[in-house]
Design a protein around this ligand. Structure first.
Ligand SMILES: [Zn+2]
Length: 450
């Protein structure tokens, strides 16, 4: 007897990028048959008229075991999230993985070890502008190795947040990452909004070490009108033999903590950002636009609150970043409580399908799904994910292509955590966490030790 049968859905084959109507049988968290025959099971899901996709894999998130972020991820069809991005992560990986397994979680989680905040601070570098001393260098290398040994899936960097990180410091950690054959996601170092040099810095490190690169939230880095140039640089580097992917989201306006180096007064001036273009996204001033006075007050008293930076809106940059065959959609979801944050936390993947497949025809449905499932699975060596085949993990997202829609908005306009429409069922390891659009609260997620 099967645990779950999904019947008569339009099933996407991500490997061949084809689709056909068929039935799927699930037992003990695995796909055990894909067949035209009728199936009986304890739970039967009628998927007639719906798309059946492998569960979406979000390669750039900050879920990091936070329940509400896990719920918002599941409700937009994400069954696996890679956390620990932008240089911010747990450090004791045995402890992190054990706690997640003990308490359970809604979705699967892979986890990176972060350099810019986590490794640097643990090595004793409290000041992000400071160069590392030789002994601190050694500490970081030791801790990075320990994390990778314990199953971290790579080393992440948020170079904007640690201006003091030298080329040699990044290179040393990149070599370790390459030794382990893991991924190095990088939020690049931007001195100005048109800083293409930041790409060359990282490419040169990859050339020396052979590390696999993943450029993070690409549209937030290069969406200021230089996307074409940035992609051209990436394509040339791929052509020259480097292993490079990028991830990118569906919004232009980005968000980070007000206390970071990214929001230094000098940096703000260099980038010609106006205070009125900044909106508090959490804390007591949530939803308010900043002025110099409020900016200084938040920097001083609320450094860990988030602020959204509104940039000139040119949506063509969003779509351009996600079209190449080495690009994957991502959320950049943070660790938010209800009502706070940025619409990326709830709307990203439905918005991607709705706009790029349904409205604009930038991508075929099959290609869009491939980029959200099999491509990230291959990038992070998740051999049992990203495909609907016998023997694969039963992570599945079932949605209505004609009604799929994001409803989350920026915090000055309403609720950034409004859940999307059209995501009807989400199964994680064979267990439904979303049923007829409603979140079930079940916790079948596993930790994915690399
Ligand atoms: Zn980042």
């Amino acid at each position: 007897m099967l645990d779950v049968a999904i019947c008569k859905g339009l099933v996407i084959n991500t490997k061949r990028q084809t689709k056909r109507i068929t039935n799927i049988g699930i037992k003990a968290g695995e796909i055990v048959c894909v067949t035209g025959d009728d199936l009986t099971a304890s739970v039967v899901i009628d998927a007639q008229g719906l798309i059946v996709s492998p569960g979406f894999i979000d390669v750039h998130g900050h879920v990091d075991g936070y329940l509400y972020s896990g719920e918002l991820s599941a409700c937009q069809g994400i069954t696996t999230s890679i956390g620990g991005n932008c240089g911010l992560s747990p450090l004791d990986f045995d402890d992190f993985f054990n706690c997640q397994e003990r308490d359970g979680f809604y979705i699967n989680q892979g986890e990176l070890v972060g350099h810019s905040f986590s490794l640097r601070q643990a090595a004793g570098i409290a000041n992000p502008y400071r160069r590392a001393l030789p002994c601190e260098f050694e500490k970081m290398k030791y801790m990075a190795r320990a994390a990778l040994d314990a199953g971290a899936c790579g080393i992440s960097f948020g170079l904007d947040y640690s201006p003091g990180a030298s080329y040699d410091e990044i290179t040393a950690l990149a070599s370790i990452c390459a030794d382990f054959d893991r991924v190095m996601p990088i939020h690049t170092r931007l001195f100005t909004q048109n800083d293409l040099y930041s790409l060359f810095e990282v490419l040169s490190i990859a050339k020396r070490t052979g590390v696999k690169l993943l450029f993070s939230h690409f549209v937030y880095q290069y969406g200021s009108g230089i996307m074409g140039d940035a992609l051209e640089i990436i394509e040339k580097a791929i052509h020259d033999g480097l292993d490079i992917k990028i991830d990118s989201g569906m919004y232009m306006d980005w968000l980070t903590f007000i206390g970071t180096a990214t929001f230094d007064e000098q940096t703000i001036n260099d980038n010609e950002i106006r205070f009125s273009d900044m909106i508090a996204a959490s804390g007591p001033y949530k939803g308010q636009r900043l002025n110099l006075e409020l900016y200084r007050l938040m920097r001083k008293n609320y450094p860990n609150d988030s602020v959204i930076c509104c940039v000139p809106n040119d949506a063509s940059q969003i779509y351009a970043a996600l079209k190449p065959d080495y690009a994957m959609p991502s959320t950049d979801i943070g660790q938010y409580l209800p009502g706070e944050g940025h619409p990326q936390i709830a709307g990203s993947f439905p918005k991607y399908i709705k706009e790029m497949v349904q409205e604009r025809h930038d991508l075929t449905l099959e290609a869009a799904i491939y980029k959200a499932t099999l491509l990230p699975a291959q990038t992070f060596h998740l051999a049992k994910k990203g495909q609907i085949e016998v023997g694969m993990d039963a992570d599945l997202t079932i949605f209505n292509l004609s009604t799929i829609k994001d409803t989350a908005v920026f915090p000055d306009q309403g609720f950034p955590d409004n859940k999307p429409e059209g995501i009807e069922y989400v199964l994680v390891n064979g267990v439904p966490v979303v049923v007829q659009g409603a979140f079930t609260g079940k916790k079948p997620g596993r930790v994915l030790r690399a």
